[in-house]
Design a protein around this ligand. Structure first.
Ligand code: ADP
Ligand code: MG
Length: 702
């Protein structure tokens, strides 16, 4: 009897390999495994048997419905539930689920963002089973639902989701990496997959208080709010002891994640008050992406059970750190070799150096789209704002690898710096071995031992985007390398020459210093590295010629698909800022301004009644406050008028880049102008009059 909760619940709600092996006839199981390994098309007869087994298993676990679970370009997941009830019923219900229903679904494609790929009347879209990501059961108030991870495309075959390009990009990396491995004599490698481990940051606030903040409800972030007397300056929250209420949430969250097979591993308090982090153990990129979407949904759901609200916005509170997501990424062969593992003597590890060179070249040549893959309206508040990595992409390699890079460039490669013993000066402590390299938390793209950590992502994002970009640019670089090396008469000489040439050409992207410093911005400009300051400014790179040809060469996205994605980005930006602006208009007009009017009226009444009671009484404090608050009230009203005007003006702009830029420049500025006087008033007005919970209430009273 398993008595540890992990053993009891782990994978309980997953139609995983073990269940399949138990439920499927042996020959079907074998062909099924073969399909997975070779990536061949799935046979409908096999699909029928798998569907039957899946249905039986789901019914045993109480499922009444199934759904094709997919990831449209909204960034959140979508599901449409169908019960297992068959239409051919008379008196007794017949529960059926066919191979056809398993592999193909037909949701209406017209109501999801398509960026012009689909007209409203062209509604047909298909979901196709991603059989490499296991089906799972979702338990909630709707009962138990069998969720089948799927990709989503249009009637004409264009990708309408985030998963299709991800799957295509994984195939591209595999194809090219296998070619390279063969040249190194690894004939047995038939597949290379991308491994991904995303670290997820989030805030938890009290749900009662959350429900009193329309800004949090509608936009996910506070649009007003003066700083609390205490912020994160004492560094006492990071890794601090976890409060009971939060610990109860984490316990519950872990169990829910384990049930659906998510390898929840690490949990801790983060830098900002009320901020936390969860990291799972890495897995294959598409599964990691599905899991991360599930993590975000389950976090939200579990929080509510504990009277909490989980905020996944990148910047829920001004003045304290926002939330990001770190995407740890590597490539691993089906024979178990991590291609980014440097080994003990990386300077002699040519295979590693070649893959490393490919990543460096790829990131340098396509920095702008990598930056875009980590952009959303929320992350604009973070990137380059002294808490997240800067908006400039650079690569941190660490002392050991940077030293090797220098040796490669100078043409004499002979040593690898080794880790030494760590001297703590305390004899009772064990002797520790130091890593050969320190860490750098200011780098957006850091080598961390045997993987790269892309640290620019925002907390609410799907990790599909950055992974398909990363896979695509690395696949494209590996393809060029493979083409060149396959032609060489002497492989060893050719590969060393290639590494030297490419490392030298792309050395500018390597930076081990402080990425937050002003000096780096100047230095990066000298090096010619792009500094794309905002999401909207990054979008055009998605349809730049070099991007289009790269994605088309790798069969990941066509020009039309890329153009549609650019449209979706502009639209999403404009809509997000529009919602924020309208929420501010609503709150200022209906909550803050009336509250301040009540307060100044009470001040005026008080002045009048005191004066009436005694001519000699000193009412200078009240008068001063009255003057100050009335002045700020007038500023707020004026700023509100301005915000209304520019928001209305924005609606008239041509959709696309023009409108998005107007929202970024004009509307956003007007929003800040409205926030300023209201935040100042918050510090003056009697708290009994203040209509919403404050930063102090939200961040410290969890
Ligand atoms: P740190 O960020 O401090 O290095 P971890 O070692 O826990 O912390 O790694 C962070 C994340 O990186 C985890 O999700 C971990 O599973 C993942 N990770 C570790 N090795 C790899 C790898 N080879 N490929 C992808 N992700 C990895
Ligand atoms: Mg990390």
């Amino acid at each position: 009897m398993e008595n540890n909760v992990i053993e009891q619940v782990f994978g309980k709600n997953v139609f995983n390999d073990e269940v399949m092996q138990a439920k499927l006839p042996k020959d079907v199981y074998k062909s099924w495994k073969k399909t997975l390994e070779t990536g061949a098309d799935l046979d409908i007869d096999i699909a029928n048997v798998v569907a039957h087994a899946m249905k039986e298993w789901a019914l045993e676990h109480g499922a009444t419905h199934y759904t094709h679970w997919f990831q449209p370009m909204t960034g959140v997941t979508a599901e449409k539930h169908d019960s297992f009830l068959s239409p051919a019923t008379e008196s007794k219900p017949v529960l059926e689920f066919s191979g056809k229903e398993l592999i193909k679904g037909e949701p209406d494609a017209s109501s999801f963002p398509s960026g012009g790929l689909r007209a409203t009347n062209e509604a047909r879209g298909y979901t196709a089973w991603d059989c490499t990501s296991p089906a799972f059961l979702q338990e909630d108030a709707a009962g138990v639902t069998l969720c089948i991870p799927t990709a989503f495309c249009s009637y004409t075959g264009e990708a309408l989701d985030k998963k299709t390009p991800l799957l295509r990009s994984m195939e591209a990396v595999s194809k090219q990496a296998v070619r390279i491995m063969k040249m190194f004599g690894h004939e047995d490698v038939t597949k290379v997959s991308c491994s991904v481990g995303p670290e997820q940051e989030y805030f938890l606030v009290d749900r009662e208080k959350y429900l009193q903040r329309k800004d949090l409800i509608f936009s996910g972030r506070t649009l007003f709010g003066a700083a609390a007397p205490k912020g994160q300056e004492l560094d006492d929250h990071y890794f601090g002891a976890i409060k009971e209420r939060i610990a109860a949430f984490m316990k519950d969250l872990n169990e829910e994640l384990w049930k659906v097979g998510i390898l929840a591993k690490t949990q801790h308090n983060e830098v900002a008050p009320a901020q936390h982090e969860m990291a799972p153990i890495f897995t294959t990129a598409n599964i990691a992406t599905d899991h991360n979407q599930m993590v975000m949904e389950i976090m939200r759901k579990v929080a509510k059970r504990h009277g909490l609200e989980c905020l996944l916005h990148e910047k829920p509170f001004a003045g304290v750190n926002g939330s990001g997501k770190h995407n740890n990424w590597s490539m691993v062969t089906d024979t178990g070799i991590n291609l980014l593992n440097p080994g003990k003597k990386p300077h002699e590890n040519t295979k590693f150096l070649l893959f490393l060179t490919a990543v460096i070249k790829a990131v340098d040549e396509h920095a702008e789209i990598l930056r875009l893959s980590a952009s959303n309206p929320g992350n604009d508040h973070r990137l380059g704002a002294n808490e997240a990595p800067p908006a400039i992409i650079s690569i941190f390699l660490g002392e050991q690898l940077e030293n090797i890079v220098e040796q490669i460039v100078s043409g004499d490669v002979s040593t690898s710096i080794q880790g030494s013993k760590l001297d703590t000066g305390v004899h009772v402590l064990p002797v520790l071995r130091k890593d050969a390299t320190d860490r750098n938390r200011t780098s957006p793209f850091a080598f961390t031992g045997n993987k790269f950590e892309f640290r620019m992502l925002g907390s609410s994002m799907s990790i599909a985007d950055c992974n398909f970009v990363l896979n695509a640019i690395v696949a494209d670089t590996l393809e060029a390398f493979a083409d060149e090396l396959e032609k060489a008469s002497d492989f060893d000489t050719a590969v060393n020459e290639l590494i030297k040439r490419e490392i030298t050409a792309h050395q500018r992207i390597i930076f081990n210093g402080d990425g937050y410093s002003d000096e780096w911005v100047v230095e990066a400009e000298k090096r010619g590295l792009p500094n794309v300051k905002s999401m909207v400014e990054a979008v055009p790179y998605l349809i730049a010629d070099k991007t289009v040809s790269m994605f088309e060469r790798q069969n990941i996205l066509t020009k039309a698909e890329l153009e549609s994605r650019a449209e979706v980005r502009y639209e999403n930006y404009a809509k997000t800022i529009n919602i924020e602006a309208k929420t501010m208009i609503d709150m200022a007009g209906k909550q803050y301004i009336p509250a301040v009017i009540s307060y100044v009226t009470s001040l005026a009444d008080s002045i009048n009644s005191i004066k009436a009671a005694s001519d000699a009484a000193d009412v200078s404090v009240q008068e001063e406050l009255l003057a100050k608050c009335s002045g700020l009230l007038a500023s707020a009203q004026k700023a509100l008028g301005k915000l209304k005007t520019v928001t209305a003006e924005a609606a008239q702009k041509d959709e696309g880049i023009e409108q998005a830029l107007f929202f970024k420049d004009a509307v956003f500025a007007a929003m800040n102008d409205l926030r300023a006087p209201i935040d100042e008033l918050e510090m003056l007005v009697d708290q009994d009059f203040w209509p919403v919970p404050t930063y102090g209430d939200l961040l410290f009273e969890v």
